[in-house]
Ligand binder design. Structure first.
Ligand SMILES: [Zn+2]
Length: 483
């Protein structure tokens, strides 16, 4: 019997706000342990939370970009549970009245345009971070850092609409690109700015009812999500095929060893005893705020990708690469405004991105060193036939290091087409190659190509082949024995 997987993702997006969700502590990454804390985020008695308006605005922008229904009135709730890295013993989150519901993320999966439906997006606060065990001599101790406690998070939950681990890979890549376009998060999974838990079950193809699901937690890269799901789908399929039953459980995936381990088995859903947060008012978004946020949305990555294929006539692949980052797409458009769009795409995707990757530069750093106008000058010189292709690449390399205007460098790499400059080279090649010359004069016309090649080499690749060919022909004709 054939089986298929049913997958739902639960993503946490850490927001790039200056301060935390309910207090004014900085929300920065990498500060000294327990330095960004206050009575509110430490849960001290009597401290009162105040909602961060910027975080709500970020949530609103994500919801609008994804076409969600935005709730004008949403409610914060307490989710009660004990964990050492959570000083209040409850997390402020949203429960039955979240900020956003519905919506969908457009994703390109293996070249095809798809959309994956969302259940909800809600705002909440992050927990602190435990480190254990740490060794201090012969003692093993656990440490906790509350800097992250209270950092703004969005939880985005998909419907169980994903079937393949490769779809999840494409989904998370598209989500990361979107939060970066919206400038609401850096979306770096290695730094925990984007986190993903995956729910997965298997069922016979054609069956409507879901199988028993397991949840894979702590997946810390997009590749780990894909690999972890592949391993779990394999395990569940083998289990049910051999007559076994999947037990509901929370699993951890060890990417280094491609292994799953049971973290805890759970027979029932946790009872978190949710209730409305008594210290916060109902969150009200006015229609004016919502419309204002809609007006501030940038062109979204999928819209931009479509526009690149239509307006510039680029292949889908090129459009996908160039719209992967907003800064890259901006740079490309600035170059394409000055030279042929397809040539601009070849140079930006080829030479420019090669340098950016080799030197591990941010796109903004590259654009400062080589402004679009400078790259366009090089492309125009090469395409116009005044600078050789190899020369253009060398010039780009030079200005990528120096940041100068490329124009003064053109002369050193200029194409040579003047007979005056080329004639001495042509004559030298004739002198140095008596064998091929007599072959040519004896009627073997193909030898001319070899002689052209020798002149090109002598010119350092700067000669125009057509000019060289004409010069060779007339010089050789003068030497032909008269009939
Ligand atoms: Zn605080």
């Amino acid at each position: 019997m054939a089986y298929e997987a049913v997958i739902g993702l639960e993503c946490h997006i850490q927001l790039r706000t200056r301060t935390k969700m309910f207090c004014e502590c900085p929300a920065e990454f990498g500060a000294a342990a327990n330095s960004n804390v206050c009575p509110v985020c430490l849960g001290l008695p009597g401290a009162l939370p105040v909602t961060n308006g910027a975080a709500i605005d970020f949530a609103l922008r994500l919801g609008l970009a994804l076409g969600c229904d935005v709730r004008g009135q949403s409610v914060f709730a307490r989710k009660n549970y004990f964990y050492p890295d959570m000083p209040k013993n409850y997390q402020i989150t949203q429960y039955d009245q979240p900020l956003c519901e519905g919506g969908a993320l457009p994703v390109t999966v293996e070249g095809a345009a798809r959309t994956f439906a969302l259940t909800r997006i809600h705002a909440e606060e992050d927990t602190g971070k435990s480190f254990h065990p740490e060794r201090h001599g012969d003692r093993r101790v656990s440490l906790v850092d509350f800097n992250r406690a209270g950092v703004p998070l969005l939880e985005l939950v998909t419907e169980p609409v994903l079937r393949q681990p490769s779809e999840c890979f494409a989904f998370l890549t598209a989500l990361r690109r979107l939060v970066r376009y919206l400038e609401i998060s850096d979306g770096d999974m290695e730094k925990g700015q984007l986190r993903c838990d995956a729910n997965v079950s298997v069922r016979p193809v054609g069956q409507q009812a879901f199988g028993t699901k397991t949840e894979i937690k702590n997946l810390n890269s997009i590749r780990a999500v894909e690999k972890g799901l592949e391993a779990e789908i394999r395990r569940q399929t083998e289990l049910v095929q051999s007559g076994g039953k999947v037990e509901q459980a929370t699993l951890l995936y060890d990417a280094d060893h491609d292994k799953l381990a049971v973290m805890r088995s759970k027979e029932y859903a946790h009872d978190y005893r949710y209730f409305p947060e008594p210290d916060l008012p109902v969150l009200r978004l006015t229609p004016a705020w919502i419309e204002d946020a809609r007006g501030r949305l940038p062109e979204l990555p999928w819209t931009r990708m479509d526009r690149f294929t239509e307006r510039y006539g680029l292949p889908v692949y090129d459009a996908g690469v160039l719209t992967d980052q907003r800064e890259l797409a901006d740079y490309y458009e600035a170059v394409a405004a000055l030279v042929d769009a397809k040539k601009a795409s070849n140079w930006v995707m080829g030479e420019a991105l090669r340098h950016v990757k080799a030197q591990n530069l941010a796109m903004t750093e590259w654009a400062t060193r080589v402004p679009a106008a400078h790259l366009a000058k090089i492309i125009a010189a090469v395409e116009g036939g005044t600078v050789t292709a190899a020369g253009g690449k060398t010039i780009l390399e030079t200005i990528a290091a120096s940041g100068q205007d490329p124009t003064p460098l053109f002369a050193a790499h200029a194409v040579t087409s003047s007979s005056e400059d080329l004639l001495p080279l042509v004559r030298a090649v004739i002198e140095e190659n008596p064998g091929p010359v007599s072959q040519y004069l004896g009627g073997k016309a193909a030898t001319l190509g070899f002689l052209v090649g020798q002149v090109m080499k002598k010119s350092g690749g700067k000669a125009v082949p057509q000019v060289v060919q004409e010069l060779l022909k007339s010089e050789l004709a003068a030497r032909a024995p008269s009939a």
